[in-house]
Design a binder for this molecule. Structure first.
Ligand code: 3SL
Length: 232
């Protein structure tokens, strides 16, 4: 049986062998939720970039650009990081260069994996089905917040561990911890997360509906996969 492991923060990724694995990068609030939403709404591909400067360079090549820092849209870019802004006609058929505080960095740090895919509650069952097909060891990389642990990404890892529990073996205590956390929270994810740091951070910015939206399971049936520099 293949293994399922969880890396709680990009700062810990050096402890894991990525080669031979499928990595699922997750940033529930909100980067990977927005990526899944955008690609499901007709965005052609996304290049995740680390810095605002690099992202800006892409606009000179005709790319649509999206940038977020500390929960806010950075100035002089086309989009921020609300999934609702990725539902517009503006994204259809376009290539997007995107940089966010944690999510895009976690994707770039995972590049040595055999495959890098993007997960969110919004595409949870599709990611689980994809992993069942691949039959390779899996590492869920939680984007966290500036190197620190967060609850919402860990809950996603736990939800995936629940979905795959008959077919994947938990590799260590991180997977077990995520499984138990999700078991406790599964009937009311939003209530469970009410005191979570990033939920409070977003609420302080008057961002409420994004939280509710990003916690919905299986709104979309796509699995974004990195191909070269692009998420498609
Ligand atoms: O950190 C990130 O990558 C973002 O998802 C953070 S935010 O939800 O846009 O504030």
């Amino acid at each position: 049986m293949p293994f399922l492991d969880v890396c709680f923060s990009p700062e810990l990724i050096h402890l894991y062998e990525l080669k031979g694995r499928v990595v699922v990068v997750v940033d529930i609030l909100r980067a990977t939720s927005s990526m899944v939403t955008g690609l499901a709404h007709g965005l052609e591909r996304i290049v995740p970039v680390s810095s605002l400067e690099d992202c800006k360079l892409y606009s000179q090549q005709g790319y649509l650009t999206a940038a977020e820092r500390d929960g806010k849209m950075a100035s002089d870019f086309d989009l921020g990081n609300s999934p609702f802004s990725y539902m517009s006609e503006l994204v259809k058929g376009r290539t997007l260069a995107m940089t966010t505080t944690n999510g895009t960095r976690a994707i770039r740090l995972s590049a040595a994996a055999d495959k890098v895919v993007v997960g969110a509650f919004l595409n949870l069952s599709s990611v689980a089905a994809y992993l069942l097909e691949q039959q390779k060891n899996v590492l869920v990389v939680c984007a966290g917040w500036k190197g620190k642990f967060n609850l919402e990404d860990t809950l996603f890892a736990g939800a995936l561990a629940h979905k795959l529990q008959d077919s994947f073996e938990p590799e260590n205590d991180a997977t077990l911890a995520a499984w138990h956390l999700y078991e406790t929270a599964k009937n009311d994810l939003e209530g469970f997360l009410s005191k979570a740091s990033h939920v409070q951070r977003l609420r302080n910015l008057d961002i409420f509906k994004d939280i509710t939206f990003c916690l919905q399971p299986d709104v979309y049936d796509i699995v974004p996969v990195m191909e070269g520099d692009y998420l498609v």
